[in-house]
Design a protein around this ligand. Structure first.
Ligand code: GDP
Length: 589
């Protein structure tokens, strides 16, 4: 029976074989016959694929190019349309700003519970979301992390949001992270409200903050612009109601809508494994209504939903647009940032998820490297020193942040070789992988069972566990620095002019001269200089003042010296000998 198979412009060998229903070895063999050495994951283009099909005599198969997947522009348009049709939906709000300016306290004040105290290092480490009710209307808050190492999560966070509250402490003013947060908000096309916090403090200076913003061309109301400012104190609660009023008002101007009569879609904003519950995914519904008996696909995994709850654990039957939910029932952990959608049944879900797995297996699809990036990787690999590491984290979001932060430490000379990553406690197989690769295991907010600790210590595999990301990053930075080739620093400590040559044999030269500057000591490294040229490196093995051996001679003194040179040279009167120290200095990143 004739078959028409749609493929993309590029397709991995594995996927092509699967689509053609032939063993992958047969396809690899055929490629080889044509002089193409390709592995399972490598990609071939449409024309090559067509030739292979012909060469293999698969006459029943016709390959056709699949239409390009939705371009980014299309999907943006789609989102905009989605925003304009359907009933109103609650605004999705993120709180961002410089560390310690009071993001957590503000979110806390808003939901009137206390998260800040339980946080390691005072940093919100996970992104999650919750809803509050104000004036009988709902507002969805994303609990975005604060420290700059979580820039990756924040970037994703901002893309989800309709509105970003930028927190600036009235006593500390605008900081680099304030500007960074504003940039994220702008890039994501989110509306912005500036919350000037800590107005209860004595040294609070609201006008100074507005002026600093103006200096950065961020013009608030009253300063020639239209960005709304709310003055608040997370501590006393002053101004919070007003802030929430402004949030709703701004949302009204945006006319936020989403359709509800379509299969639900959304985004995974957090995922982790829980004992007894398996993969647990926090997600935000962006359109449609999610039902507790739906089947959803997220990236390369899927779930027949086992439980659907609010972030605080209350079971829910349905969740409409802008609703944060917690879903269990996934076969594997979905990835942070994956979009999810409801599909007809488990069979459909399996097929879509399986396709995504195949896509992911291809290095190209996963890394999205373009050819110039590839070339730069190949070029730098010649001199690149790599530190093999294995990373485990408690949740996907942290893992992504750890990896992103580590990547920023890399240079042309040194880089991490991430041999494996994963979610959950460190286990025996991690130790085994790290042992084989001579690597280090970094754990972030994960457990290290005592039997695994024993195993690692037996196999001499270093395991480093951290609760605070920047401590992990600092440590990794030190480890990476050690791979830098040390710098050799030479210093001239003394200079002598040769006044006489007594013996100039094969292996040893004995000469005499005057110390022009500095101090000569033995043994010492030296260079023999004639005119402007260095004619040889040498070692000075002995010094004599008169007939006596001595260890040191000073400026203005005459001395005899024994010289061993690397090259066979004749020393001449008038040559200069520069005495050197050579230090190796460990460089830092
Ligand atoms: P984050 O790093 O931005 O999440 O900041 P936090 O919410 O952890 O706050 C940092 C510090 O500022 C904590 O010691 C808070 O108690 C304090 N803080 C936060 N908001 C206020 C406020 O409105 N007034 C005063 N006086 N202190 C505040």
């Amino acid at each position: 029976m004739a078959r028409t198979i749609e493929i993309e412009e590029n397709i991995s060998v594995g996927t092509l074989a699967e689509k053609l229903s032939i063993p992958v070895t047969r396809l690899i063999g055929q490629l080889m016959k044509n002089g193409i050495i390709a592995t399972f994951n490598e990609r071939v283009d449409f024309d090559t694929a067509t030739i292979m099909v012909e060469d293999m005599g698969l006459e029943d198969v016709t390959l056709v190019k699949a239409l390009e997947k939705n371009s980014i522009e299309e999907s943006i348009t789609k989102k905009k349309v989605a925003n304009l049709t359907g009933p109103n939906r609650p605004p999705v709000v993120a709180v961002m700003g410089h560390v310690d300016h009071g993001k957590t306290s503000l979110l806390d004040a808003i939901r009137k519970s206390s998260v800040a105290k339980s946080e390691a290092g005072g940093i919100t480490q996970h992104i999650s979301a919750y809803q509050v009710e104000h004036n009988k209307r709902l507002i969805t808050f994303l609990d975005t992390p604060g420290h700059e190492a979580f820039a990756a999560i924040r970037a994703h966070g901002a893309e989800l949001t309709d509105l970003v509250i930028i927190v600036v402490a009235a006593d500390d003013g605008v900081k680099p992270q304030t500007i960074e947060a504003i940039r994220f908000a702008n890039q994501a096309g989110s509306k912005m409200i500036i919350a000037i916090n800590k107005i209860d403090k004595e040294d609070a200076d609201v006008n100074k903050v507005k002026q600093q913003l103006a200096e950065k061309n961020i013009l608030v109301e009253g300063w020639g612009g239209d960005i709304t400012v709310a003055e608040v104190s997370a501590k006393s609660g002053k101004g919070i109601d007003n802030l929430l009023d402004i949030v709703l008002l701004t949302a009204d101007l945006e006319e936020l809508k989403a359709p509800i009569d379509i299969p639900a879609e959304g985004l995974i904003i957090e995922s982790h494994l829980e004992r007894g519950r398996g993969p647990v995914a926090h997600a935000l519904v962006t359109e449609g209504v999610l039902n507790s008996n739906n089947v959803v696909v997220a990236g390369s995994t899927y779930a027949k939903i086992r439980s659907l709850t609010s972030p605080s654990g209350t079971p829910i039957k349905t969740a409409g647009p802008s609703t944060p939910v917690v879903i269990t029932g996934f076969k594997e952990l979905p990835q942070f940032g994956d979009s999810f959608k409801v599909v007809k049944d488990e069979k459909t879900a399996r097929i879509i998820a399986h396709d995504a797995v195949l896509e992911n297996k291809s290095g190209f699809a996963q890394n999205n490297l373009n050819s110039s990036e590839l070339i730069s990787i190949i070029n730098r690999s010649n001199s690149l020193q790599e530190l093999p590491i294995l990373i485990k984290a408690d949740v996907q979001g942290s893992l992504a942040s750890v990896i992103d932060s580590l990547r920023t430490l890399e240079t042309d000379e040194v880089a991490f070789k991430i041999i494996s990553t994963g979610i959950g406690s460190i286990n025996g197989s991690d130790v085994h992988i790290a042992h084989t690769a001579n690597g280090i295991i970094y754990g972030f907010n994960v457990e290290l069972p005592s039997e695994i600790r024993r195993l690692a210590s037996r196999d001499k595999v270093p395991i480093k566990i951290y609760k605070i990301i920047y401590e992990l990053i600092d440590d990794a930075k030190i480890m990476l620095s050690e791979l830098l080739i040390p710098e050799i620093v030479e210093k001239e400590v003394g200079l002598l002019e040769v006044k006489g040559v007594f013996i100039s044999g094969k292996s040893e030269i004995i000469a005499g001269g005057e110390v022009l500057k500095g101090k000569l000591t033995v043994p010492s490294l030296a260079r023999i200089i004639r005119g402007k040229d260095v004619i040889s490196e040498a070692t000075i093995t002995n010094l004599k003042r008169g007939p006596q051996d001595t260890k040191e001679v000073f400026e203005g003194e005459m001395c005899g010296l024994n010289i061993e040179t690397k090259n066979k040279i004749q020393i001449e009167i008038g040559d200069k000998i520069s005495f050197l120290t050579r230090e190796t200095i460990q460089r830092k990143l």
